[in-house]
Ligand binder design. Structure first.
Ligand SMILES: NC(=O)c1ccc[n+]([C@@H]2O[C@H](COP(=O)([O-])OP(=O)(O)OC[C@H]3O[C@@H](n4cnc5c(N)ncnc54)[C@H](O)[C@@H]3O)[C@@H](O)[C@H]2O)c1
Length: 326
């Protein structure tokens, strides 16, 4: 059984109490229902569940794949890797992981927890067969992921909005590899009683690295791109150590599609093709982690590329002030 079905946005979970509660009830109760269903009706079934690399946070040590050997006061054990998630959404995934581990232990279920990085791209070989099969391309501040958002900003002539310094480093993967990882997990089921954890990403980038990659790829397409640093609406380290292991899926045969110029160009071209459908007012972040309540009806708009830099700086500052106020 492959379980993707969760509220999957961190900003959404940080809008206010209602959204945080919805996220945790939907995700944690949904996964609990799946676990009880498997136990009752199909105890030999292999559960493959999408978790997230965000469960680990950004510790100042290497991140292992799920478990770490700890020596303490002369004794040694293999323990779940410490979790320091950065939003109520990521916390829901941590709670799911604990419930899965517990269910495997008490009922002998078999599970794979795929701690996925940030996905980019929109197409697989299958969806490319026909325009009717085109996947969703979220670009807004709540549901869009960073690289897709940068490509849309390039297409509509907005500066790329890097939150803070942009040193936030994460694991990323191509959507085609996401699909392949699920297939690999299916073909290599966990043993009864085993809750296996794979870190599902292929490369690490900082947000600023990505902005520079998009900028240079856009230049080859004849597009000028500017990069703006705006105040970070999230509470997160903007510069930190990050080194996460991700060898288990490779060992099982994953051949990663690395982020290349051609992929960036094709993503930007898709965004260019459909740019008339983009609502430019949805790009600036409107959910501030520091506030318990965010009013997202107060839309802001960004100037186009041709606007004066001072005007953009003013807008970024007011976005930051708004982010502080909530
Ligand atoms: N996209 C990413 O970058 C990313 C990164 C890490 C982890 N993930 C995880 O991968 C999984 C898939 O994410 P996605 O990006 O494809 O998002 P998505 O929104 O396309 O997919 C999630 C799906 O779950 C469904 N869903 C939510 N609650 C449900 C419920 N109670 N019952 C039935 N269906 C329900 C939604 O309708 C949606 O179709 C999620 O679990 C997400 O947390 C995604």
């Amino acid at each position: 059984m492959v379980h993707f079905a969760e509220q999957r946005s961190a900003p959404y979970s940080m809008i206010d109490r209602k959204h945080a509660v919805f996220t945790q009830v939907n995700n944690v109760v949904g996964t609990l229902n799946v676990l009880f269903g498997i136990r009752e009706f199909l105890p030999d079934c292999h559960l493959i569940k999408l978790g997230t690399m965000g469960e680990y946070g950004t510790p100042n040590i290497d991140i292992e794949e799920g478990y770490i050997i700890v020596e303490h006061n002369g004794r040694k054990d293999v323990l779940p890797f410490p979790k320091q998630p950065g939003s109520f959404y990521h916390l829901s995934k941590v709670h799911d992981s604990h419930n899965m581990m517990f269910a495997c232990k008490i009922w002998g279920l078999r599970a794979t927890d795929l701690n996925q990085g940030v996905v980019y791209g929109t197409m697989t070989d299958e969806t490319a067969l026909d325009e009717a099969l085109i996947n969703r391309f979220d670009y807004d501040d709540v549901f869009g992921t960073v690289l897709n958002r940068f490509c849309v900003q390039t297409a509509i002539g907005q500066p790329l909005t890097v939150y803070g310094k942009g040193g936030q480093t994460r694991g990323f993967l191509d959507i085609r590899d996401t699909v392949r990882c699920i297939e690999i997990a299916c073909h290599n089921p966990a043993a009864r009683g085993e809750c296996r954890v794979y870190n599902q990403f292929t490369e690490q980038f900082s947000v600023l690295d990505l902005a520079h990659l998009v900028e240079s790829s856009a230049r080859k397409l004849g597009l000028a791109v500017e990069i703006d640093h705006i105040p970070d609406p999230r509470v997160e380290a903007e510069q930190h150590y990050y080194n996460a292991k991700h060898s288990k899926l490779i060992d099982l045969g994953l051949q990663p599609h690395h982020l290349s110029d051609s992929l960036l160009e094709s993503l930007t071209n898709i965004a260019m093709k459909y740019r008339d459908r983009v609502d430019a007012s949805l790009m600036l972040p409107q959910v501030n982690w520091r506030e318990p309540k965010n009013d997202r009806r107060m839309q802001m708009s960004m100037p186009s590329r041709s606007s004066a830099p001072e005007q953009r700086a003013d807008l970024a500052a007011s976005a930051g002030a708004k982010a502080k106020k909530g």
